[in-house]
Design a protein around this ligand. Structure first.
Ligand SMILES: [Cu+2]
Length: 190
């Protein structure tokens, strides 16, 4: 192999560029595969359960339990509440469809209350869904629309495109005053 190209062989014995190059390629490939990991998961990771898109999360299967035991995960229930850091706003779940929040599209109905538990009407709610372990957001920023005159809003679609821990932050901009945010953390099963 080496005797074929004398000049190249000389360089390579002196400075071992081939070996260095090999390591660099390996490193680049590794970095690429890490970067691709999340995308791969979104198509590949759901592949196993892709056909169960009906949302009928067969409750018996434990194969999809990717993060149920994660201490960060909140247990979804109607009435689940979150309070803003400054305690000036509270958000209460009135409904989630499907329940608990699941992969792909979700419809949330939430009630927004102020610091003294009075309904906040006429607000605009921005919903941002983020995967802290993967460092990426949901593809979709869903709109909010008032559903009743008791500070209830419907937000859809809250699109959670893969299994794992999702942080869902509702930022409420009232008709008057400063915005405030409340975050919920859910484990989304495959
Ligand atoms: Cu992800």
């Amino acid at each position: 192999m080496l005797e074929r190209g004398e000049p190249i062989a000389m360089t390579s014995t002196r400075r071992r560029p081939a070996r260095w190059f090999g390591a660099a390629v390996l490193e680049a490939a590794l970095a690429l595969s890490i970067m691709a990991g999340c995308k791969g998961e979104s198509s590949g990771g759901t592949g196993g359960n892709a056909s169960s898109s009906a949302g009928g999360d067969s409750s018996g299967t434990s194969s999809g339990a990717v993060c149920a035991a994660d201490p960060r995960a909140q247990v979804y229930a109607v009435g689940l509440e979150g309070i803003a850091a400054d305690k000036a706003m509270k958000i209460r779940f009135k409904d989630a469809n499907p329940a608990p929040p699941s992969i792909d599209s979700n419809t949330f109905t939430i009630q927004v209350l102020d610091g003294s538990d009075k309904p906040v009407e006429g607000a605009t709610i921005t919903t941002v869904s983020y995967m802290p372990d993967h460092g990426h957001y949901s593809h979709i920023k869903p709109p909010s629309k008032p559903k009743a005159s008791d500070g209830t809003y419907e937000i859809t679609p809250v699109y959670l495109q893969m299994p794992g821990i999702w942080q869902i932050t509702f930022t409420v901009q009232p008709a008057q005053g400063d915005p405030d945010s409340v975050m919920f953390t859910f484990c989304v099963e495959g």
